[in-house]
Ligand binder design. Structure first.
Ligand SMILES: [Zn+2]
Length: 417
């Protein structure tokens, strides 16, 4: 029997905001408990530091240079099959309850879902009392699926901006919007990070409620819940590093995100090896026993989940082109930036000027001591490797995706081909 799959992307959740990832935090008991029972990837790296390219990778398994959904002018090319379509072709009922904005029909991300609704998952009746109101349409969907669970499994994609919108809880002068428009630095950064932590805590309440409902409906034995994010959030962890997207460099406060896979027959284990958000699509298809014969930029991580494999020796790399504009005149990272992360080192480099930072991730996980001058050879070798990798990705065209006959029929019926 194929398991139900719930993929929950909590927008802007940095890994070290969760207790499992950061023992100094006691803010997330529900997520931590879920993590203790499942597979936890502790070196999981996102594709980009903002929503649209990251979510597109999360749902396509492709590198940002392949899917090209990297700014507001681009939608996901229709030639690229999305996870929702592949799961549908594999016999799954597919539904999405998402925060909208970038994750919308406009950007091509509603494709392939039988149900696609833009909702606010986390609402409070009385916020001070933390009396949480569960989203009605999501509850109805789960109840319906519980009553027909023997007929077909479901794939549910959840996304919410609750954590992302922490700045709604602080005075306007501290908000990223004020910062990005005026260049003024918030005077009280701790107020910002407190507001962020509070929202993470509230999202943890929601996860607790969701887990409770899944158990109550008798779905827990056959449902795999996957928690992740699209990028982190910066609070001057490094100089000039605030908010996310083009306003900060590729430090771990933005790039290291949680990945927890729990429920069904998933064993409890901690996975230390480097993994990437582009690996999630082939992994989910494998967990769901859906064979597509499509090749992705990501790798199937299911052997790590079940403890059979060793290090897959993966590397993470990305790039971002930021421009200074009237509304974004305070971008510190203006220019064309790239990042390459191996097992031992991380390189952050300006691909135009060559300006670089190099960190030894084992000796210096906080990325404090720039070794780019001291270890010039390593930095130069990584720069060359990054350029080659980015060039190779540009060469892959979405139209070259190998689609098998079953999927072709499915996509034709949906008028994609
Ligand atoms: Zn986001």
């Amino acid at each position: 029997m194929k398991p139900n799959i719930v993929l929950f992307c909590m927008d802007a959740l940095r890994a070290d905001a969760l207790g499992y990832y950061n023992p100094e935090i006691e803010n997330t008991p529900n997520i931590d408990e879920m993590a203790c029972r499942g597979g936890v990837f502790v070196s999981h790296i996102t594709e980009d530091s903002w929503t649209l390219p990251s979510i597109t990778t999360l749902l396509s398994g492709l590198h940002r240079s392949t899917h090209q959904c990297i700014n507001s002018e681009f939608r996901v090319p229709s030639e690229i099959p999305l996870l929702s379509e592949l799961m549908g072709a594999g016999g799954y009922t597919t539904a999405a309850f998402v925060g909208g904005g970038w994750i919308s029909d406009k950007f091509g991300l509603s494709r392939g879902f039988d149900f696609f609704e833009e909702v606010e998952l986390l609402k409070f009746r009385f916020r001070r009392l933390r009396w949480l109101r569960f989203d009605r349409s999501l509850e109805v969907f789960l109840r319906n699926q519980a009553s027909v669970s023997n007929e077909s499994p479901f794939f549910l994609f959840l996304h919410d901006y609750h954590i992302h919108n922490w700045f709604k809880d602080v005075q306007e002068e501290y908000s990223p919007k004020t910062f990005t428009r005026t260049g003024s630095v918030p005077k009280n950064v701790s107020q910002c990070s407190r507001a962020y932590s509070q929202r993470v805590r509230e999202m943890d309440l929601f996860v607790g409620k969701l887990l409770h409902l899944i158990r109550k409906l008798g779905l827990d034995q056959h449902t795999i819940l996957i928690l992740t994010s699209d990028h982190g959030e910066a609070f001057y962890d490094h100089p000039d590093s605030f908010h996310h997207g083009g306003f900060s460099k590729f430090y771990d406060e933005l790039m290291k995100i949680p990945l927890i896979i729990s429920g069904g027959d998933i064993p409890s284990r901690r996975i230390d090896w480097l993994t990437r958000s582009r690996d999630l699509v082939p992994t989910i298809l494998s967990l769901a026993q859906v064979d597509t014969r499509i090749s992705f930029d990501g790798e199937n991580l299911s052997s790590l989940v079940f403890g059979e494999a060793k290090d897959l020796n993966l590397i993470a790399f990305t790039e971002q082109v930021n421009s200074v504009s009237e509304t974004h005149n305070a971008i510190y990272t203006a220019g064309h930036w790239g990042m390459l992360r191996t097992k031992g080192y991380k390189l952050i480099t300006n691909l135009e000027s060559g300006e670089s930072e190099l960190y030894d991730l084992k000796m210096d996980p906080g990325e404090r001591k720039d070794l780019s001058t001291k270890k010039k050879d390593v930095a130069n070798q990584m720069k060359r490797r990054l350029r080659d990798l980015l060039k190779s990705k540009d060469a892959i065209k979405p139209g070259e995706v190998d689609i098998d006959s079953v999927l072709r029929k499915r996509l034709e019926a949906l008028e994609y081909l």
